[in-house]
Design a protein around this ligand. Structure first.
Ligand SMILES: Nc1ncnc2c1ncn2[C@@H]1O[C@H](COP(=O)(O)OP(=O)(O)O)[C@@H](O)[C@H]1O
Ligand SMILES: [Mg+2]
Length: 263
């Protein structure tokens, strides 16, 4: 249920956000001096002439997220969910509008760039350091992280290089490292889909904990039940447009009707 405390503290504000990708390399004459001059003088026209395709992935999206909220982000494939999260994380520029964030947003999966040739153990330490944890904190939480990931359930894999892990194991370790720290704003893009049921349950539990520590969690998931279990609010993006923003059940019902119950 939503927190009805008197002071609602905003953590992320998106104000009429447009995000446009540019895909280069389909047109002719890109190398000429006139083309270069045109790019400076008439950027939009030059883009067209050079065959630059614009993909308008997020269109005039506005919302305010508050401390202690877990917000589901849904929409059919290609609707702009990952793009929006990347922009909130500060990894993509916006074309128009503004995104304000309070605190450091962490995007799960991109932030934790793990090294394939290093062992899981080394990656836990490096990942922790990269997130700003001290060596002391990492040592304290190490066993917890490994247990959470379930990497060692079928043998001593944590002391083997990451390249020996299945993609599911790597994703679980990544989530476990990221979840070991309390985040101001945690952005999770389909990271839960990789684990088995037991891992998903542990992850959902951890998301609830993170919220209690006053952070804000955004969760992209194709599993509507994961969203039901963890989020009290849902944003529905469709073709880059925010179609709905409201209580989980209300939005999921409309979404399920839209997709014919299949999601
Ligand atoms: N790097 C990119 N360059 C160009 N277009 C992209 C890029 N990434 C995503 N897109 C396009 O942006 C739109 C939104 O994609 P995305 O945010 O990945 O959607 P979702 O995560 O909801 O599946 C899609 O039309 C997709 O093809
Ligand atoms: Mg995506």
């Amino acid at each position: 249920m939503a927190e009805h405390s008197a002071e609602k503290i905003p953590t992320v504000i998106a104000d009429k956000v447009d995000i446009v990708y540019r895909v280069y390399g389909t047109g002719a004459g890109r190398g000429s001096a006139t083309a270069a001059l045109n790019r400076i003088l008439r950027p939009k026209k030059a883009e067209k002439a050079a065959g630059v395709r614009r993909v308008h992935a997020v269109k005039k999206v506005s919302f305010v997220a508050y401390k202690g909220e877990a917000i589901g982000l849904i929409g059919t494939n290609g609707s702009g969910k990952s793009t929006l999260l990347k922009a909130v994380a500060g990894l993509l520029p916006v074309e128009n509008g503004k995104i304000y964030t309070d605190g450091q947003p962490s995007l799960l999966g991109v932030n934790a760039a793990l090294m394939n040739d290093l062992t899981g153990e080394r990656n836990v330490h490096l990942g922790g350091l990269a997130m700003g944890m001290s060596r002391e904190q990492i040592r304290e939480r190490y066993q917890e992280i490994v247990d959470f990931s379930g990497i060692n359930e079928k043998g001593d894999f944590i002391t083997l290089p990451m390249r020996t892990y299945s993609s599911g194991m790597a994703a679980r370790l990544r989530f476990s490292i990221a979840a070991a720290k309390d985040h101001d704003v945690l952005l999770i893009d389909e990271a839960l889909a990789t684990g088995d049921r037991a891992f998903q349950k542990r992850s959902e539990e951890r998301i609830r904990e993170l919220r209690k520590h006053a952070g804000t969690v955004f969760l992209v998931s194709h599993n509507n039940n994961s969203i039901r279990d963890t989020c009290e609010r849902v944003l529905w993006l469709e073709r880059g447009v925010l179609r709905m923003d409201g209580p989980t059940e209300e939005v999921l019902e409309a979404y399920e009707a839209f997709t014919g119950g299949k999601s």
